[in-house]
Design a binder for this molecule. Sequence first.
Ligand code: ADP
Ligand code: MG
Length: 369
Amino acid sequence: MGDSVKVAVRVRPFNSRERQEGAELCVSMNGGTTKIWSKETGFEKEFNFDYSYWSHDGSIEDPVTGMLKKASSSSNYADQQTVFNDLGVEVLDNAWNGYHVCLFAYGQTGSGKSYSIVGYGANKGIIPITCEEIFTRIRQPQPKKIDFQVEVSMLEIYNEQVQDLLVPPAGREKGGLKVRENPKTGVYVEGLKKVIVGSYQDISNWLDKGNEHRTVGATQMNATSSRAHTVLTISFTQLFYDENTGKPLNRKQSDINLVDLAGSERAGKTGATGDRLAEGSNINKSLSCLGKVITALAKKSQPGGKGEVVPYRESKLTRILQNALGGNSKTTMIAAISPASYNFDETLSTLRYADQVKAIKNKAIVNET
Ligand code: ADP
Ligand code: MG
């Protein structure tokens, strides 16, 4: 069934300001390898990932030829469809096989997380393409008698508070929703709205509502960037029946978690002060705890690391994603990076984070009853 953990790095193009100012490139890619360097210090490091995606729009030098124009020689170019074909299709295959999956985008604000996960306009990201594809697959003639059930929930973690994005802000619980644990079924968010959807249009309508209900904070780095973690969960169930008697046989269930994380930069860099700073430290709580969980899972993957304790309980994000990040699910990370040397520190830190994720070896299990 392939590796349980996949890691892709994706570099965004230079933006118009960077092009005007002649920003310098500090990364290159070749095959799965992403290289980063600093002209100032002479530092150089190469990382190997499952995928290293170069921007497709020709606004940064070709990693192979050094030219600005798109060159067909480069195998690293990736547009939205390429990324979906590599990562999204596998998410769907895993869901169909009954695994929990988690695909998350990590990186500093403005590095392309939302571009990959949600997309902008006609450049649809993984969420809309995946949702569309789910119903395309369901509508195909099935070899066996199967019923499908698709349910959606969407939440935001902001200042360590969990908010239901499918509910308008006026109707929300004060202080956010509680995260609880059921000894049998695991962690859940109490009272979180879960809606049954029967078509792509259905999901799409709910996503639009969810996006309207998001908390968006303006920072100096990116005026529209969210300071919150957004988690979309598609609960996908297949009910199998006996061809002859029509009696129910078994069921497979999968939670597909698609996560757009808040910016990974340290609070200082965004020019945060006052309230924003308090926000920053809470954002860091969930993010730094995600880092600790990843480190612990990586250690657990080493020989003799079985006893390693994974600190899921220390933040809302890691508690909620416990089922999806744990030892028995399929995890995909998109590490979003900037090509420009002035973001060197953040980019190196993102690449190191991604390298840790790569070290995790999960043994995914099928959720079948
Ligand atoms: P983040 O969610 O990490 O804060 P965004 O996804 O909003 O960042 O991306 C910042 C800007 O860069 C947006 O204008 C987006 O359209 C652009 N961008 C990011 N990644 C790509 C890409 N791979 N190709 C083209 N444009 C991109
Ligand atoms: Mg974003």
